[in-house]
Design a protein around this ligand. Structure first.
Ligand SMILES: [Fe+2]
Ligand SMILES: [Fe+2]
Length: 165
């Protein structure tokens, strides 16, 4: 039972680590273009995924396993904002599906704490999905104006002496 949970928890760590890398990559690119809203969303989400890694790792160590801190995927070098959001939303859906399955598997193995942990993560990933989905909708609705507005907002903040995050 313990071994299966450790394996699933480590798979989750690998996915979360990929998400941290991918979202930070998107953060850097959006920040470079002056898209503050999106840059901050990607950074905030990356930090939350890092906290997921912490929760998962604590559980692995409690079960006397080893934390395999290996990213599941290489970073995809995507430069188009609509494609970034599409990929991010897809990653969140994938994680939510996996964690739902893995929660059931842990439950079958009588590991209720790992089950609860996966269920908590599902809630977060669904919320992340929603945030990315909302931004995809905005981008569809307002087109390039949506991005232009973010750049203008940054210029306004800089000229007003407000710090950008
Ligand atoms: Fe996560
Ligand atoms: Fe997420």
């Amino acid at each position: 039972m313990k071994e299966k949970s450790i394996e699933l928890l480590n798979k989750a760590v690998a996915d979360e680590l990929s998400a941290v890398h991918q979202y930070m990559y998107f953060h850097f690119l959006c920040d470079d273009q002056g898209y503050d809203l999106l840059a901050n969303l990607f950074k905030r989400t990356a930090i939350q995924e890092m906290m997921h890694i912490e929760m998962l790792s604590e559980r692995i160590l409690f079960l006397k396993g080893e934390v395999e801190l290996k990213a599941a995927h290489e970073v995809k070098k995507i430069h188009v904002v609509s494609e970034m959001l599409e990929m991010a939303a897809g990653m969140e859906t994938g994680s939510a599906n996996d964690y739902n399955k893995w929660a059931n598997e842990c439950s079958k193995n009588a590991d209720s704490v790992s089950k609860k942990l996966f269920e908590t993560l599902v809630e977060d990933e669904e919320r992340h999905f929603n945030q990315y989905d909302d931004e995809m909708e905005n981008l569809k609705k307002f087109g390039d104006n949506y991005l232009a507005l973010q750049s203008i907002e940054r210029s306004k903040n800089i000229s007003a002496g407000k710090p950008t995050e």
